[in-house]
Design a protein around this ligand. Structure first.
Ligand code: NAD
Ligand code: TYD
Length: 351
């Protein structure tokens, strides 16, 4: 991996990944292609914007001419696709956009990369690709659907997505698989559990609850709050992606998770405790339609075959995360003062 196209690098995980690469690899050129939707934020990358190894391009992964132009100019050997519409609640109100970006955008990236990387792009029977190239699709455990009180998702669990978001991510995974099976394209898919950490947009559980605590606003817990997610600190996710890029067997899927199952209400109470606020702020609101009850990742494939394991415990990761938001109030204030107010009103009023 020498010249890498990172898409969606101005979002939460993508911006953490760009930081991670620059901190851990010297000899690397990174191009970040991001449309800067509501979720993309160049403030996340302000400290590295002038780094000579890094270039930002504003644009859409579904814009074929632009993606071709970038491949011609930079001759990428690696693509890591983070770009996506990523919020389940928004997918319930606006599913179209999720299908366009997450499925068609992924297919555009794959197709341009295939044509650029095939040794003989005109020979439709040839399955030979340049040495050392790889396309990595950043997917999610949500493609597997929901679990009952027991069991875990393995890489062979059948895909059974329940929300428009997870359906679009599962569809994209199938397109990636098809490019491997049909054209012999060198790909990997990673399916990670819920991430938390710095630069997460406050529509997601943890930054939303931290922000509301600091503003002394009510904390909207969906339903009984006993839904379970398997939380991973974002830097551990970035390290896992690098392990898959470097050592992942071609065509394989890798689940990524830290064995950290927590009920939502437990997390909300932890945030209240750490910010010194009262549990009276908790309000149980109408549940999300089709809400998945429980996710849990079996990570034995990636830990056993690639030697990756999480460095952060839930305690160390959460302490660092809450600390980060407390020390970056201006980052949060800038987001929550604009369009976000309308989003919040629309999503939570009369709920
Ligand atoms: P995010 O919403 O914070 O960021 C998404 C980024 O993609 C934004 O910068 C946005 O501007 C950009 N983008 C959106 N549409 C685009 C387009 N058409 N062209 C170019 N850029 C576009 O999302 P995130 O939480 O950082 O998630 C990143 C990826 O990881 C997603 O693919 C998501 O499905 C996956 N994932 C997320 C989690 C999680 O817990 N957040 C867990 C597992 C997998
Ligand atoms: P979220 O951060 O949206 O991630 P995902 O839906 O991809 O798992 O939500 C995490 C959990 O928190 C999920 O069970 C829904 C719940 N939740 C609330 O209870 N209240 C909220 O305001 C939000 C945003 C989420």
């Amino acid at each position: 991996m020498k010249t890498i196209l990172v898409t969606g690098g101005a979002g939460f995980i993508g911006s953490n990944f760009v930081h991670y690469l620059l901190e851990n690899y010297d000899d690397l050129t990174i191009v970040n292609l991001d449309l800067l939707t509501y979720a993309g934020n160049l403030d996340n990358l302000a400290d590295i914007a002038e780094d000579k190894r890094y270039t930002f391009v504003r644009g859409d992964i579904h814009d074929r001419a632009l993606v071709e132009e970038l491949f011609d100019k930079w001759d990428f050997d690696t693509v890591v696709n983070f770009a996506a519409e990523s919020h389940v609640d928004r997918s319930i109100t606006d599913p179209d956009l999720f299908l366009t970006t997450n499925v068609l955008g992924t297919q555009t990236l794959l197709d341009v990369a295939k044509n650029h990387w095939k040794l003989d792009p005109k020979d439709r029977y040839s399955r030979e690709f340049k040495e050392g190239v790889k396309y990595l699709q950043v997917s999610t455990d949500e493609v597997y659907g929901a679990l009952g009180p027991t069991g875990m998702f393995t890489e062979t669990t059948p895909l059974a997505p329940n929300s428009p978001y997870s359906a679009s991510k599962a569809s994209a995974d199938f397109v990636v698989r098809a490019y491997d099976k049909t054209y012999g394209m060198p790909v990997n898919i990673t399916r990670c559990s819920n991430n938390y950490g710095p630069y997460q947009f406050p529509e997601k559980l943890i930054p939303l609850m931290i922000n509301n605590c600091l503003a002394e606003k009510s904390l909207p817990v969906y339903g009984d709050g006993m839904q379970i997610r398997d939380w991973l600190y974002v830097e551990d996710h970035c390290a896992a992606i690098c392990a898959v890029l470097e050592k992942g067997a071609l065509g394989e899927v890798y689940n990524i998770g830290g064995n950290n199952e927590r009920a939502n209400i437990e997390i909300v109470k932890l945030i209240l405790e750490n910010t010194g606020k009262s549990e009276d702020l908790i309000v149980h609101v109408k549940d999300r339609p089709g809400h998945d009850r429980r996710y849990a990742i079996d990570n034995t494939k990636i830990t056993g075959t690639l030697g990756w394991s999480p460095k952060y415990t839930f305690q160390t990761g959460m302490a660092q995360t809450i600390e980060w938001y407390l020390h970056h109030r201006e980052w949060m204030d800038k987001i929550v003062s604009g369009e976000y107010l309308k989003y919040y009103e629309n999503m939570y009023a009369n709920r």
